[in-house]
Design a protein around this ligand. Structure first.
Ligand SMILES: [Zn+2]
Length: 280
């Protein structure tokens, strides 16, 4: 009995060290990179099987235009590390009421027709896509799962091992949109990387904020409509993020432009011609 108590105490001390180490290393991720790809494929399959909620917009010409002209050039940025490991792919979801885009682990990126119809320049779309690619690149979902799973597992170990309960926790973590609810820190990092990625493209690098600025000026930031809610559920604090983006541009010596800008790097006419006019 005493031996068991001693062993539990030793285990507890070891676990305490692990917890301390985990919180010290914020970016710790217990999942191998391949796990992001496997998770993303599974997630993509689930979305395909939920065609009622996530109907794919079947428009190969539009998908091809965005993929070749905007999505791929961003992926070619020297700061994108997993381009050959992740299964990067763009999919359009037909729902004109949702102004959103999201990335699942390991490469698949989804954009709603509602967002495509709302934006008014290729730069604005490039900014959003760069941001979503950054969520995948920085492995935000599996980082978050590591933190949650880490704590859950440690609690399980300390309280006594119960395999069925552990299996339940894991399956809960792996299912549902919880994977996509990003923290403010993740959002900031993705905004920062969007700017970095876009610096090697023809697009204005600060364009991640164009979407937020347009939302703000259209009075959609404080409104609580369905589409707006969907956007804020996965992308918190747009107003503060505009200020952060402006500051980053200043720090990098890049002129601060807003979404009303025209001219070099914005591509409004092209957006009308090759994207807006192609959406029914
Ligand atoms: Zn985000």
């Amino acid at each position: 009995m005493l031996k068991l108590v001693k062993r539990k105490k030793a285990l507890f001390i070891v676990l305490s060290f692990i917890v301390a180490a985990c919180s010290a290393i914020q970016t710790l991720n217990i999942f191998p990179v391949e796990q992001d790809v496997a998770l993303g494929s599974e997630f993509a399959l689930q979305l395909q099987n939920s065609a009622k909620d996530y109907p794919v917009y079947n428009n190969p010409a539009l998908k091809n235009y965005i993929t070749q002209n905007i999505f791929k050039p961003i992926l070619n940025s020297p700061d994108v590390l997993y381009r050959d490991i992740f299964k990067y792919n763009l999919e359009i979801i037909k729902n004109d009421t949702i102004l959103n885009a999201f990335a699942v682990p390991g490469g698949p990126v989804y954009v709603y027709t509602g967002l495509l119809k709302y934006l008014d320049s290729e730069a604005a779309l490039a900014g959003v896509l760069g941001h979503e690619i950054a969520h995948a690149e920085r492995r935000h979902s599996t980082n978050r799962m590591t933190k949650q799973l880490g704590l859950q597992m440690l609690t399980q170990l300390v309280l006594g091992n119960n395999p069925s309960q552990t299996a339940m926790i894991v399956s809960n973590l792996f299912s549902g949109m919880a994977l996509l609810a990003n923290s403010r820190a993740d959002e900031d990092e993705s905004d920062r990387l969007s700017m970095k990625y876009l610096q090697s493209t023809k697009y204005y690098p600060g364009s991640v904020k164009f979407f937020f600025e347009k939302m703000r000026d259209d009075g959609k930031v404080s409104a609580g409509g369905g589409g707006v809610f969907a956007f804020f559920s996965t992308h918190p604090d747009p107003i503060a993020r505009i200020a952060s983006a402006d500051q980053r541009l200043k720090d990098a010596g890049i002129p601060v432009k807003d979404y009303r800008a025209t001219g070099a790097g914005v591509f409004k006419e092209e957006y009308k011609k090759y994207i807006l006019s192609q959406i029914k």
